[in-house]
Ligand binder design. Structure first.
Ligand SMILES: [Zn+2]
Length: 156
């Protein structure tokens, strides 16, 4: 299993990108969306690069995407660390919005371009880093979302 690099770099937060790096606190991925042409925009900018409208606001997306490209990295200077996958993920809503991220929960040998992915977040300090994992094809091996215990309880 590859679970990403042993050390993750955090983004430098500013008023424009804070929604992106902290929005994952509720487990949902967000991008700025233009109120005029309705395109998603990433990385965050004050003005829509397509139609020049302003007033862009964060909007929740499905968290689904496909693998556009990837590399397998070997961290040779940190003893015992596993190879990990650096991925370029195309979000389901708009093909030209691509995130550079890590794939987790899969062996690097099982990774292929075009595979279906879903977001999950890793909470580090005051940021929720969006990572991706393969979408499970059969419902019975769908893992519970991170940080949310299975509901539906019952008698103990
Ligand atoms: Zn626009």
């Amino acid at each position: 299993m590859a679970d990403g690099p042993p050390i993750r770099l955090l983004a430098r937060l500013d008023p424009e990108n804070r929604f992106f790096w902290q929005g994952g606190a509720d487990g949902r991925l967000r991008f700025l969306r233009c109120p005029s042409c309705r395109r998603f925009v990433h990385p965050p900018v004050p003005r829509c690069p397509y139609c020049l409208a302003d007033g862009l606001a964060p909007e929740v997306v499905s968290g689904r995407g496909t693998l556009h490209s990837f590399t397998v990295n070997h961290q040779q200077w940190i003893p015992g660390s596993e190879p990990y996958v650096v991925a370029l993920v195309e979000i389901a809503e708009q093909a030209d919005i691509r995130l550079t991220t890590n794939l987790v929960g899969t062996d690097p040998a099982d990774v292929w371009i075009g595979m279906e992915l879903e977001v999950l977040f890793e909470h580090v300090e005051d940021e929720w880093l969006p990572l991706f994992r393969p979408v499970s094809t059969s419902p019975q091996d769908t893992p519970a979302p991170l940080g949310s215990p299975r509901s539906g309880g019952g008698a103990r």
